[in-house]
Design a binder for this molecule. Structure first.
Ligand SMILES: Nc1ncnc2c1ncn2[C@@H]1O[C@H](COP(=O)(O)OP(=O)(O)OP(=O)(O)O)[C@@H](O)[C@H]1O
Ligand SMILES: [Mg+2]
Length: 644
C-alpha cells in the first residue's frame, strides 16, 4: 500500500474511533445520575493524580533482587511500575512523592502543601515532573461548560443542599463556582443551576486543560497574570470593569485547576509571586484578576529548584511562613553505578545516536560520575565505596569486606547533591563520537573526552583536581583491570565449562578436606586424599594462605551445602570469593600467552590462530566491533603490558 493510501486509512480509522467514543452531554442532573452510578468520577486533583500513577501497578522489591539487601539494607522498597523503565536508582525519591500524593489524596495536611523537588542540576527533577504530569494526559474529567476555570459541576449545589447531595451521592463537595460560571448561571440559566450544562474533557498539557507550567520570570517581566489571568482590556469598552465577562482566566491556576500546576525553578520568582502560590495551596483559593471574588483552586502544585536557590531562600527569615507550607523532597544524583549506566542507555536510546558503543564505555563514564559525587570515607577507599554502593561484594583476604552500607551513608549525610551531572556525561559521549572517524565511542575515547572537558569546563580548582585524579588514576586503573581480565578470558576456550569444572573439583576437595574424608574417583572408584596443591593454586589467587585456608574451605563447603539444601542453583558464580579465585586462576593461566600474542607483530601460525579466535570471541560474544576491538587491544598493549 502506498503511504498516501495507508495514511488515509489510518485517518478514517481514527475518525470512527473518536466518533464512537461519544462524549457526555447533559445538564447538572444528568451528571448527578452519572455520579450516582459511579461516585468515583468525583475526585480531588490529588486523588486523581495518585490513582493515575498507581493504577499502572506497584510491587514490593522482591527478596530475589540483590539490591534489596545490598543497597537498601533489607528495607521494604516499593517500586511503581509507572516510573520503572524511565527512572533509575530513584526508588526512594519516587516513594516519597507517592507518599505525599497518597496523604494528600486522603485530604491530609499535604493536600494543602506545595511539593518541592530539590536537587542538583541534571538530577532528573524536570524529567520526573514531566513524567508525573503525563500520567494525567488523556484522563477524563467533568466540568462546567463555558467556564475557563473548569470547575467541578457539583459546586453548583447551594450550601444549604450540599449535605443532602453528599449523603445521597456519597461524595464530598468542595468550593464554589468561578465568577464567570456564576455570571452564566444567573444570566443564561436564570439561576436554575439544575439546568446548567456539563461538559466532559480530557487532560492535556498542550491544550492547557488541567495541566499548566509556570516558567521562572525575572522581576521586571514578572506579572501575576501568568498565575491568575487578567482583565481583558479590549473588552472594557463593552463591559464594566467588575463584569466577569471581561475576565481572561488564562493563568496557570485557572488552566491547571483540577489537575496539576508545575512551577519551574520556583525560587527565581519574586516573593509576591510566591505568596499567591501559598494562598492557592493553603486556602485552596486564588485571587481573581479585577474585582471579582477569589476562585476555588483544586490542583497539585509541584515545584522544583536547585540547592543554591533553596539555601538562599531558606536563609531569609521572612520566608518562614512559606517554608512551612512546602514538603521538600530531595532529588539527589544516582550513586549506584549500574543504575547510572541505565540512565545513559535510556538517553542514548531516545536520541538518534546510532554509533557503536564499545563494551564498558558507559560503565567507565558512570564510574566517573558516581565517584565524583561520593564523599571520601575513613572506612575504605573511594572505589570500594562506589562498589559497595553498587551492591557489589568487595573482597579482602578471601572474605567479603565487612563495610556496612548504612555506616557509609551515615558518615556522609550530604552526599549526592554535587559532583558531575548527567548532562556533563552525555556531552562527553557526544564529543567522543564527533571526534571519532569510525563512528564509535570506546572507554578510551570517552575518558579522553571527559578529561578534556574537565580541564576546560570545571572552574573550581579542588574539584577539577579530584576529577582528573579519578579519570587518570582510579577509573583508568579499574578499567585496565576489567580489560585485562576480558582479554585473557577471550583467550580461554570454553571459559564457562572450564570454570565450572574447576569449581566442581575444588568443592569435592574442600569438602573432603573439611570433613576429613577421602575422595572417591568417579570412574576407577579409587580413594585418594584431597589435593592440597590444587586447592592452594586456586586459593592463592585471592590471597588466602597459611591457616586461613581451613576457614575458607569450611566456609565454602557450608555455604554450598546450605544453598543446595534450599534447592538453589550451585555453580561457580554462587560464592563470590570462590568465583573470583577461579576466574583469576583461569586468567593467570593464559595471561602471559595473551600478552605475547596480543603484543607480537609477527605471530607464528599457532599464535595467529589464537589471535583470530580471541578476536572472534571479542566480537561475537562480548559485543565489540572489529574497529573497537582493535582500538582497545592497541591500548592494552601500550598500557597493560608495558613491561612485557
Ligand atoms: N535517576 C535518573 N533516572 C533516569 N533519568 C535520569 C535520572 N537522572 C537524570 N536523568 C536524565 O537526565 C536528564 C537531565 O535531567 P533533568 O533535565 O530532569 O534535570 P533537572 O534536575 O531538571 O536539572 P536542572 O536543575 O538543570 O533543570 C534527563 O534526560 C533525565 O531523564
Ligand atoms: Mg530542570
Amino acid at each position: 500500500m502506498s503511504a498516501r493510501k495507508s495514511l488515509l486509512k489510518k485517518i478514517a480509522e481514527a475518525r470512527t474511533k473518536s466518533e464512537s467514543e461519544k462524549k457526555f452531554s447533559g445538564n447538572l442532573m444528568d451528571y448527578v445520575e452519572l455520579v450516582e452510578k459511579d461516585p468515583s468520577i468525583v475526585k480531588t486533583s490529588h486523588q486523581r493524580l495518585y490513582e493515575s500513577i498507581s493504577e499502572h501497578g506497584s510491587y514490593a522489591m522482591p527478596d530475589s533482587d540483590s539490591r534489596k539487601f545490598k543497597v537498601f539494607d533489607g528495607e521494604a522498597v516499593k517500586v511503581y511500575k509507572y516510573f520503572e523503565n524511565e527512572f533509575f536508582g530513584m526508588e526512594n525519591v519516587i516513594a516519597k512523592i507517592m507518599n505525599f500524593l497518597d496523604s494528600a489524596a486522603h485530604r491530609g495536611e499535604e493536600s494543602r502543601q506545595v511539593l518541592l523537588l530539590m536537587g542538583p542540576v541534571g538530577a532528573g527533577k524536570s524529567a520526573l515532573t514531566e513524567h508525573i504530569k503525563r500520567a494525567l494526559e488523556g484522563k477524563k474529567f467533568y466540568h462546567l461548560k463555558g467556564d475557563p476555570h473548569r470547575g467541578e459541576p457539583l459546586q453548583l449545589i447551594p450550601r444549604s443542599l450540599r449535605s443532602d447531595f453528599e449523603k445521597e451521592l456519597k461524595v464530598k463537595i468542595e468550593g464554589d463556582i468561578s465568577p464567570v460560571a456564576r455570571h452564566k448561571l444567573l444570566n443564561d440559566y436564570a439561576g436554575k443551576y439544575e439546568n446548567y450544562e456539563i461538559e466532559e474533557s480530557s487532560f492535556s498539557q498542550r491544550a492547557r486543560r488541567g495541566v499548566a507550567a509556570v516558567p521562572p520570570m525575572d522581576a521586571n517581566s514578572q506579572d501575576v497574570s501568568v498565575l491568575i489571568g487578567s482583565v481583558d482590556i479590549s473588552k472594557l469598552d463593552k463591559y464594566p470593569e467588575d463584569d466577569p465577562r471581561a475576565l481572561s482566566l488564562t493563568g496557570a491556576f485557572n488552566t491547571g485547576n483540577r489537575g496539576i500546576v508545575e512551577l519551574i525553578e520556583v525560587f527565581k520568582n519574586e516573593i509576591e509571586f510566591l505568596h499567591t502560590i501559598i494562598t492557592a495551596t493553603q486556602e485552596k483559593r486564588v485571587p481573581s484578576p479585577g474585582k471579582s471574588d477569589m476562585l476555588h483552586f483544586d490542583g497539585v502544585i509541584l515545584a522544583h529548584c536547585n540547592e543554591a536557590e533553596w539555601n538562599r531562600f531558606q536563609s531569609e527569615h521572612t520566608n518562614e511562613a512559606i517554608m512551612d507550607r512546602i514538603v521538600k523532597v530531595s532529588v539527589p544524583y544516582c550513586l549506584e553505578v549500574n543504575q547510572e549506566l541505565k540512565i545513559y542507555e535510556k538517553m542514548l536510546g531516545k536520541s538518534d545516536f546510532k554509533a557503536h558503543i564499545a563494551p564498558h564505555t558507559l560503565k567507565v563514564a558512570s564510574m566517573f560520575s558516581v565517584m565524583s559525587r561520593l564523599k571520601p570515607s575513613a572506612k575504605c577507599d573511594i572505589l570500594t565505596k562506589m562498589k559497595i554502593y553498587n551492591g557489589e561484594d568487595v573482597l579482602e583476604k578471601g572474605r567479603v569486606k565487612k563495610v556496612d552500607i548504612k555506616d557509609l551513608r551515615e558518615e556522609a549525610k550530604h552526599e549526592g547533591l554535587d559532583g558531575i551531572s548527567t548532562r556533563f556525561i552525555t556531552k562527553a559521549l557526544d564529543h567522543a563520537l564527533s571526534n571519532s572517524d569510525k563512528n564509535m565511542v570506546t572507554p578510551i575515547s570517552v575518558m579522553d573526552s571527559l578529561t578534556k572537558m574537565v580541564k576546560e569546563q570545571i572552574t573550581d580548582d579542588a574539584f577539577k583536581k579530584t576529577c582528573l585524579e579519578l579519570l587518570q588514576k582510579t577509573v583508568r586503573d579499574e578499567y585496565l583491570k576489567i580489560l585485562e581480565a576480558e582479554i585473557a578470558k577471550a583467550f580461554v576456550t570454553a571459559y564457562d565449562e572450564q570454570a565450572q569444572s574447576l569449581f566442581n573439583s575444588y568443592l569435592d576437595n574442600a569438602e573432603a578436606y573439611t570433613t576429613r574424608t577421602k575422595l572417591k574417583d568417579k570412574v576407577t572408584k579409587e580413594e585418594r586424599l584431597p589435593d592440597e596443591e590444587f586447592m592452594k593454586s586456586i586459593e592463592e589467587n585471592i590471597g588466602i594462605s597459611g591457616s586461613a585456608k581451613d576457614g575458607f574451605r569450611s566456609d565454602v563447603t557450608a555455604y554450598m551445602f546450605a544453598k543446595m539444601r534450599r534447592g538453589d542453583k550451585v555453580d561457580y558464580k554462587a560464592y563470590e570469593p570462590l568465583r573470583e579465585a577461579i576466574e583469576a586462576y583461569l586468567i593467570n593461566s593464559v595471561k602471559s600467552f595473551a600478552r605475547i600474542v596480543t603484543k607480537s607483530k609477527s605471530r607464528d601460525s599457532e599464535q595467529k590462530e589464537k589471535y583470530s579466535e580471541m578476536m572472534k570471541t571479542m566480537i561475537d560474544d562480548y559485543g565489540y566491533s572489529a574497529d573497537s576491538a582493535e582500538e582497545i587491544l592497541a591500548y592494552a598493549s601500550n598500557h597493560l603490558w608495558r613491561d612485557g
